[in-house]
Design a binder for this molecule. Structure first.
Ligand SMILES: [Mg+2]
Length: 444
């Protein structure tokens, strides 16, 4: 165990919803729900104003609408979230080389690896406060909650104690006092099923858990889990902050303004993406064994499927065939918003062919595929648009042949609302230049 509170956990507050409020001035201070807006959609993030009405992440959008009908229900804009996330992760890496992102909006930072004069409590707190201020400034107003503690577990618990926009420090030696009154679900890995099993044994708080010996815990929840619980209940957590390793995979993905439903089109897109991935592998002298696809459905759920070969490949035909095979097992009838292909398990060599034959890259012509855009356009609530004379805005709502747009951006005041026929040629989707095209690190 560390003797200094040098593990920092930073968590952006209501991240997706906060980015939407930043970029849509008319929604500031109002309930905003980001997620799937269709029939089977789920809530990804609710703003604090919406949480007051009981709207929570992972709740069905239908339930959220009944609890807070006046909220703005928006589909996500991942380009904006990725951009904000990159700014924040960059700031964290300027503090310490040891930054471990958990998701777009959360990361651990190891201050023991930072260039600090000491790891006294006051020093760590000053770093944390400075970081919070810089995040706010650099992201155009997003807030972050931060926890400081002697381990990852404690830092993560702490960042959640004073949300939003808070800093919680757990001084070394006070960890167990902090945990004792908390419910066992505060411990990572204790989900509803484990919590229920423990509850039936009369264990509800961490203090209750502390009284149970290791043998009994193992009997209750199994060996691997029991061991972990035993130590975490005593705030014993030696897990290291592990910096993101170099590119472990090469992938290409595309997001679409229109829900794709045509299988042939999807297969064509995957084949083209497989071609781009394989070309990047070959360019960098890499090959990989695991091919995966990523599919985001119209209701915001994201599916990943992968399959592993017995030996590494950099062949377009192989990657494409596997990607199409993985798609075949998924139900995409409701429409698809994002498709991607990746290859991981990379090796910087290609297995020698034992039989000495040279196999030429099988030539499969890449299909000409065109994503339907101009004819039947989908205007999803929240998406960025541009009008030839009114400028930039976002889709407030659409239906019955009409699309309603509010013309405002992060930098403007709350803007005017106008309606147009949904095929108005003066209105188009707006997207920033593609930020995703990053080459993998060359092999060492
Ligand atoms: Mg968060």
């Amino acid at each position: 165990m560390r003797t200094s509170a040098s593990v920092l956990h930073l968590d952006l507050d209501a991240f997706f919803a906060s980015v939407e409020q930043r970029d849509k001035p008319s929604l500031r201070g109002k309930p905003v729900v980001v997620g799937g807006v269709g029939g089977r959609g789920v809530v990804a993030t609710a703003s604090y104003e919406a949480r007051k009405y009981g709207v929570r992440s992972a709740m069905s959008t239908r339930e959220a609408r009944s609890r807070c009908p006046h909220a703005a229900f928006l589909t996500g804009r991942f380009h904006a979230y990725r951009e904000a996330s990159a700014i924040v992760m960059g700031l964290l890496r300027s503090v310490s080389p040891l930054v471990e992102p958990l998701s777009l909006d959360e990361a651990f930072v190891d201050l023991a690896a930072a260039d600090l004069p000491d790891l006294e409590l006051a020093t760590c707190v000053a770093v944390a406060e400075d970081l919070r201020a810089r995040v706010h400034e650099a992201t155009g107003g997003l807030t972050a909650s931060v926890g400081l503690g002697t381990s990852k577990f404690i830092a993560k618990v702490a960042s959640d104690l004073d949300k939003p926009d808070g800093l919680t420090v757990v001084p070394p030696g006070t960890e167990r006092d902090l945990l004792r009154p908390m419910l066992v679900t505060v411990i990572p890995g204790v989900g509803p099923a484990t919590a229920e099993r423990l509850r039936r044994a009369g264990i509800q708080t961490v203090a209750d858990l502390e009284l149970v010996d290791l043998e009994e815990l193992v009997r209750l929840v199994g060996k691997a889990h029991g061991n972990g619980l035993f130590h975490l209940a005593r705030a014993q957590d030696d897990r290291l902050v592990v910096a993101e390793r170099e590119a472990k995979s090469v992938s290409v993905e595309g997001t679409y303004d229109t829900d794709l439903t045509d299988r042939k089109l999807m297969e064509g897109l995957l084949t083209r993406q497989a071609g781009e991935v394989a070309e990047r592998l070959r360019k960098h002298g890499l090959s990989g064994r695991t091919v995966s696809i990523k599919v985001r459905l119209h209701d915001f759920t994201t599916l990943s499927r992968s399959s592993t070969l017995s030996s590494p490949t950099d062949s377009t035909a192989t990657v494409a065939r596997m990607a199409r095979g993985l798609l075949a097992d998924l139900d995409t009838s409701g429409g698809v918003r994002l498709l991607g292909v990746g290859v991981s398990g990379l090796a910087d060599w290609i297995q020698e062919d034992l039989f000495g034959e040279t196999t030429e890259e099988e030539v499969e012509p890449l299909p000409e595929v065109e994503v339907p855009s101009s004819r039947r356009r989908t205007w999803s609530p929240g998406m960025d648009v541009e009008h030839t004379t009114m400028g930039r805005g976002w889709v407030w709502g659409a239906g019955r042949g009409v699309v309603t747009v509010r013309f405002e951006t992060a930098a403007s005041a709350s803007g005017p609302v106008r309606s147009y026929p949904d095929d108005d040629p003066e209105l188009s989707a707006w997207r920033p230049a593609d930020p995703d095209e990053t080459a993998p690190a060359p092999p060492a």
